[in-house]
Design a protein. Structure first.
Length: 295
């Protein structure tokens, strides 16, 4: 996606969102004074998203070596690196709203996938001395072992498009955010063994969403329709998305110095993925999905 196209999309959103946000702040009685900056909010958001599209692993290198040296004509009023780090906190709410708007633009065609991935904030040996996320992050366990941090829960459609997301401490059960994440979905939802729950299955089925999961080793095998077995085999699609979020969009790193900047990094990575022109997909046509659903 070109820089101009990205900026225009962000700026179009900001022009609509800014008046509503300021009106809400006034209604809440917030009168916090903010020093004016040379960079507009649209420019700040664009630079944050660009970092997660750039392939750089460190934001400081990206800002000093790429933005300041090669994009100075596109952003003529650039501020110092330290000042920009301060401004990133201002972009938290706009980035969250923009990401939500991007998710709402996508729709499920009756097939969706759900998964949770760990976001480690420090090495396990550093947990006792870690202070940045004290009383916020938590120890959790995945199939690869223990970690300290958070869980990112995402729902995608068969085209690899992000439909919903949630962030929880690492010790939260994968099944807990499912009802809220899937409140607008109908059809079939495919997940791994971590989502096995008769209570959750009944709760979702009552509103038109069938939860289909793989089985644990100690569970009896059950007969599944051919199309359900096919989609369960394709569940690796969402694991590919998680891998791209971590290794391409730089979703995870251990250099955070505040919870606010952690969230800004998280939202920026997810937004960058939504703008990714080529996403992992199953490449089913509408006619194929209609035929499968009718079987």
């Amino acid at each position: 996606m070109s820089l101009l196209k990205l900026f225009c999309d962000v700026d179009d959103f900001w022009q609509v969102f800014q008046p509503k946000w300021e009106q809400q702040l006034l209604a809440e009685g917030s009168c916090q004074r903010r020093r004016e900056t040379n960079l507009s909010m649209s420019e700040i958001m664009t630079i944050i998203i660009l970092f997660h599209q750039s392939g750089y692993r460190n934001f400081k290198d990206f800002y000093l070596r790429h933005v300041c040296q090669h994009l100075s004509s596109a952003f003529p009023k650039l501020v110092s690196y330290n000042r920009f780090v301060e401004l990133k906190a201002r972009a938290l709410v706009p980035l969250a709203a923009y990401l939500q708007s991007r998710c709402q633009q996508k729709h499920s065609r009756g097939v969706a996938f759900i998964d949770a991935t760990s976001i480690t904030v420090c090495h396990n040996r550093r947990i006792p001395s870690h202070r940045v996320f004290a009383h916020i992050a938590a120890r959790g366990k995945t199939s690869t072992g223990w970690f300290y941090g958070f869980k990112l829960h995402i729902v995608i459609n068969d085209q690899g498009e992000l439909l919903a997301f949630a962030i929880t401490p690492g010790n939260v059960d994968d099944r807990k955010p499912v009802p809220r994440l899937t409140k607008h979905l109908v059809g079939k939802l495919f997940g791994d063994k971590g989502y096995i729950s008769q209570k959750l299955f009944v709760q979702l089925l009552k509103r038109g969403l069938q939860l289909i999961t793989t089985l644990r080793k100690n569970m009896k095998s059950r007969l599944l329709p051919l199309e359900d077995r096919l989609f369960l085999r394709k569940r690796a699609l969402i694991e590919t998305v998680n891998d791209q979020l971590k290794n391409i969009s730089q979703l995870e790193h251990s250099r955070h110095r505040s919870f606010t900047n952690f969230l800004v990094n998280l939202f920026g990575a997810l937004i960058a993925y939504t703008h990714q022109p080529k996403k992992p997909a199953l490449h089913f046509e509408e006619s194929d999905l209609a035929l499968i659903s009718a079987i």
